[in-house]
Write a protein that binds this ligand. Structure first.
Ligand SMILES: [Zn+2]
Length: 232
């Protein structure tokens, strides 16, 4: 086998390794929760916290109403108990009962408003939770596929690296150095095919002398991009 062919085969292996490594990196990145899901989680948590605050407010009001009602009941009992005889005290008690009644009505109005807000926020929170769960399920399903792909890529890379290990000793060390150098300089493509008088790396039509030399089995480089050429 010609050195051009040896290096060309090595190039095919290296290109495949690079592609698989890139995809593997992507597959690993895609297994992180996407921004849409993170945003949905935040939104659902905020809606839940908001709902919690309104529920707590309603609970506080309910307790306050009970306290006011209890106080009014005790004042009323005292008012009609017959124990209090002093007209001023009776008058004060009367006013207190009335004031407590008004306070209770105000609190009950507020409690009703708050309850309506709780209902509304419950709907919002429910919708946010549904959206979050939907995205989370979708993501979990995609992760299953990605993990399978990750496994496949790891096995393929393993095989390619083995293949590379067997291919490298077939190349002359000096040429291997040139190859490595070109890999660095030419964005990963050191060896290009020579087909229909053209370099497949840069698509430039090669000179007659280069084509002739390649035809005679010499190791030639592209006139334009300097890549090693392998007649296909
Ligand atoms: Zn070229």
């Amino acid at each position: 086998m010609s050195q051009a062919q040896v290096l060309y085969d090595l190039q095919q292996i290296d290109t495949e390794i690079r592609t698989k490594k890139q995809r593997l990196g992507e597959v690993l990145r895609l297994q992180k929760e996407p921004p849409a899901l993170l945003a949905a989680r935040e939104k659902a948590a905020a809606a839940e916290a908001d709902l919690g605050r309104w529920r707590a407010r309603h609970k506080d009001l309910t307790l306050e109403i009970a306290t006011v009602a209890d106080k009014a009941k005790r004042s009323e009992e005292r008012l009609y108990s017959g124990v209090v005889k002093n007209p001023k005290e009776l008058n004060d008690l009367q006013h207190e009962v009335e004031a407590l009644g008004r306070r209770r009505a105000t609190l009950e109005d507020e409690a009703l408003q708050v309850m309506m807000t709780v209902d509304e926020r419950q709907t919002i929170s429910g919708a946010a939770a549904t959206e979050r769960d939907h995205l989370a399920e979708e993501f979990a399903a995609s992760v299953v596929h990605l993990q399978a792909e990750q496994q496949t890529l790891a096995l393929q890379l393993n095989r390619l690296l083995d293949k590379r290990k067997k291919q490298v000793p077939l190349a002359q060390p000096a040429l291997l150095k040139v190859y490595d150098q070109l890999i660095q300089e030419k964005r990963g493509l050191a060896v290009a095919g020579l087909r229909a008088n053209k370099c497949q790396g840069c698509q430039v039509t090669l000179s007659a002398s280069t084509i002739r030399a390649a035809g005679q089995g010499q190791l030639v480089r592209c006139d334009s991009c300097d890549r090693i050429l392998c007649p296909l």
